[in-house]
Ligand binder design. Structure first.
Ligand code: NAD
Ligand code: UDP
Length: 316
């Protein structure tokens, strides 16, 4: 049994990670400030004596006086709507959060995994994206608080590793979706499904020709755990994503095929710096983690539709 800290554990990905780690028999501490996560995602886990919750903001040092073997650092809003709400805070969460988590890991000798992102590649000019691509990021745009914050966090992880021998892992997560996303999360999969279930118009930003590669949550969790279990000399960064690429228009059409609705597609302005295409090259993850995604979009979307139907019924 390992003692594991999950920062951002009440969020979409973090709550699934806590559930899986508990099911694997570990002792799990969830740290969160509930900015973009919610207690309902994790409260039921308190029935398990191996689970505890700490309400804390990662921009302040973490004074944990318990033994911790592994830390997953997920604390950071990930939806553009949430990370652009208070951009200065977003940068602080990524940068000061990384420092605080790395200091803690150093002090207690824990291994620490950073949840980085495909956004470090910005609006990529290389396709698909491999880990050795340095990216194409606007440092002064409205997405920069997230992209540059995450890039700086990677820098900090590498520097703590080189300078202080901190045991680190970095995964770069591509667009992930699944249950536990908020109804008003703002990201495209949840938006389209919730809009269609409510009979509202499906909002495509731009002409819908931009692409994303959508990964189902269970595949990501498996990849993150496999990464944490690799030898100390393998630190990444490693892409974790589903290489099946779709235009946003195709996504809207697939959602509409699965939900009996009066919703129609409407077109809204494309936000500044919205990446035109994104698709992971996952050969590194296949080689080092023996991992590849199993859940394809049509199957994953049905699971999320069922989840949001239930949520809309509960909150009606
Ligand atoms: P999320 O917003 O659902 O979860 C983030 C969690 O972090 C929330 O519970 C939030 O309350 C918490 N948090 C935010 N700021 C905090 C702070 N200052 N102190 C403590 N807790 C704080 O997002 P998610 O989709 O679950 O993403 C989790 C992590 O994975 C993030 O670091 C994100 O950048 C990364 N990621 C996610 C995706 C994706 O597609 N979901 C893609 C790339 C990277
Ligand atoms: N998008 C859209 N309609 C929405 C929400 C998002 O067309 O209601 C588009 C958005 O402009 C982007 C893509 O879908 O091109 C993915 O957006 P999301 O916010 O999910 O993730 P990210 O842009 O961070 O990859």
């Amino acid at each position: 049994m390992k003692k594991i800290l999950v920062t951002g554990g009440a969020g979409f990905i973090g709550s699934h990670l806590c559930i899986r780690l508990l099911a694997d028999g570990h002792q799990v501490t969830c740290l969160d400030n509930y900015f973009s996560g919610r207690k309902e995602n994790i409260l039921h886990l308190l029935e398990n004596k191996n689970f505890r919750i700490i309400e804390h903001d990662i921009t302040s040092p973490c004074c944990l006086n318990q033994q911790i073997d592994e830390i997953y650092n997920l604390a950071c809003p990930a939806s553009p709507v949430f990370y652009q709400y208070d951009p200065i805070k977003t940068v602080k969460t990524s940068v000061m959060g990384a420092i605080n988590v790395l200091e803690l890991a150093n002090k207690i000798g824990a291994k620490v995994l950073q949840a980085s992102t495909s956004e470090v590649y910005g609006d990529p000019v290389i396709h698909p994206q491999k880990e050795d691509y340095w990216g194409n990021v606007n440092p002064i745009g409205i997405r920069s608080c997230y992209d540059e914050g995450k890039r700086c966090a990677e820098t900090l992880f590498m520097d703590y590793h080189r300078e202080r021998k901190t045991r680190i892992k970095i995964v770069r997560i591509f667009n992930t979706y699944g249950p536990h996303m908020l109804l008003d999360d703002g990201r495209v999969v949840s938006n389209f499904i919730v809009q269609a279930l409510q009979g509202k118009n499906i909002t495509i930003y731009g002409d819908g020709s931009q692409t994303r590669s959508f990964q189902y949550i269970d595949d990501l969790i498996e990849g993150m755990i496999r990464m944490m279990e690799t030898n100390d000399d393998f630190i990444g960064p490693v892409n974790l994503g589903n290489p099946s690429e779709f235009t946003i228009k195709e996504l809207a059409e697939r959602v509409l095929l699965k939900i009996n609705t009066t919703s129609e597609i409407v077109y809204k302005p494309l936000p500044m710096d919205d990446p035109k295409q994104r698709k992971p090259d996952i050969s590194l993850a296949q080689q080092y983690l023996d991992w590849k995604p199993k859940v394809e979009l049509d199957e994953g979307v049905v699971r999320v539709i069922d989840y949001f139907k239930e949520q809309l019924y509960l909150f009606a």
